[in-house]
Design a protein around this ligand. Structure first.
Ligand code: NAD
Length: 356
């Protein structure tokens, strides 16, 4: 089982080191190979996703990814910015299905910005389409406005688009995932205003005919954003497009206490996957040894479950994370009075110890 380890920038290197430590503790035959990505790769090879890194990613069973980005690269042309590495990997490997579970651990109910009773026991799964929508749609650009409210003025434009097969395949992923949970899917769209999302709603409804054992409802994205903070436990599986999923999954992250707790998986149709925490490279805390490594460690658990067929090892890691939380260990982002504040490395060590 070959894993491409791409730490990236900022806290990426710190949190990946902890996840690797945890993986090495398990008695599994894993071949881990590290390569630069993002700003680190730009510094080393002049490109955020060098050919050699992409090659390694493609020939691996899974990718364990830290995070990329730093404000210092903001002035680079867009194609050379660190974030392009993620878009490049998603596109080159066809990673169209993004799984973002939002679980509120019992011990962290008070770390959420919502009332404890709203989030206690929360366990929802957001499935975000990842390779289409307005983030990838062409044409896009800047130009002199040919018409509109201010003809002749500078304007910028992007294109929102989805094809039927793109919607079909993500809908199937969502229904299949729901079958393993409480058999409920909420499809989030903006079909009242956007043609793209009218097609989305029509196709999801058609695909649902093959999954009659799963309940389906549709919700507009503005209402979904409201319901997520009003009654988040009413959801189980949410399926939505790239942009709405981007926004809703970050909103959901705060329900769980900290973005530092949220893992994610992005899969293609061969079950090859890229596993990464939902957060970015956090330049504000990079190098201080305070980043929460649990989202990355939990991403490694998802990797074992989804791409490497090692569900038992994944269960062990998840149980170990619950154990360290029960022991009262907290990185600063999830710290509350009466618990013990620890740094990135101590948190990783505690998970290793809890694995027994
Ligand atoms: P961010 O997720 O990096 O940070 C947002 C806030 O959350 C910061 O206050 C940060 O300190 C905190 N935070 C994030 N992860 C944490 C952790 N593990 N433990 C404790 N606190 C944590 O988002 P941002 O500040 O908007 O972006 C920073 C850089 O990351 C930018 O260059 C952005 O483009 C990039 N980014 C990369 C990815 C990715 O690599 N997948 C995703 C999002 C943003």
């Amino acid at each position: 089982m070959k894993i491409a380890v791409l730490p990236g920038d900022g806290i990426g290197t710190e949190i990946i080191a902890e996840a690797v430590k945890v993986l090495k503790t398990l008695d599994l035959k894993l071949e881990l190979e590290t390569a630069p990505v993002g700003g680190a790769a730009y510094e080393a090879a002049g490109h955020p996703l060098p050919e050699s890194t992409l090659k390694l990613a493609k020939e691996s069973d899974a990718i364990l990814f830290g995070a990329v980005g730093d404000w210092k690269y903001d002035k680079l042309e867009r194609a050379l910015r660190p974030e392009q590495a993620i878009l490049g990997l998603r596109k080159a490997m066809g990673l169209f299905a993004n799984f973002r579970p939002a679980i509120c651990y019992e011990q962290l109910t008070h770390a959420s910005s919502l009332k404890p009773e709203l989030v206690a026991g929360l366990d929802i799964l957001i499935i975000r389409e990842l390779t289409g929508d307005i983030y990838f749609g062409q044409p896009r650009g800047r130009r002199t406005a040919p018409d509109g409210h201010f003809p002749g003025a500078e304007e910028a434009f992007d294109t929102m688009r989805y094809s039927r097969p793109e919607i079909e395949r993500i809908a199937r992923v969502a229904f299949e995932a729901a079958r393993k949970r409480s058999k409920r899917v909420t499809s989030v769209d903006k079909s009242n205003v956007l043609e793209t999302f009218q097609l989305w709603k029509d196709v999801v409804t058609e695909v649902h005919k093959d999954y009659q054992d799963v309940a389906l409802d549709h919700m507009y994205v503005d209402n979904a954003a409201m319901q997520l903070v009003k009654a988040p436990k009413a959801f189980d599986v949410i399926v939505t497009g790239n942009m709405f999923g981007d926004i809703l999954s970050d909103e959901a992250s705060m329900l769980t206490g900290s973005i530092g707790m949220l893992p994610s998986a992005s899969l293609n149709d061969k079950k090859q996957g890229l596993y990464e925490p939902s957060h970015g490279s956090a330049p504000d805390i990079a190098g201080k040894g305070v980043a929460n490594p649990l989202a990355t460690i939990l991403s490694a658990a998802m990797m074992l479950r989804f791409s490497l067929n090692q569900a038992e090892a994944a269960d062990r890691i998840e149980a170990a994370v619950k154990k360290v939380l029960a022991q009262g260990l907290r990185t600063p982002d999830i710290y509350s009075e009466g618990t013990t504040k620890v740094g990135t490395v101590q948190m990783g060590d505690a998970v290793v110890k809890a694995l027994g």
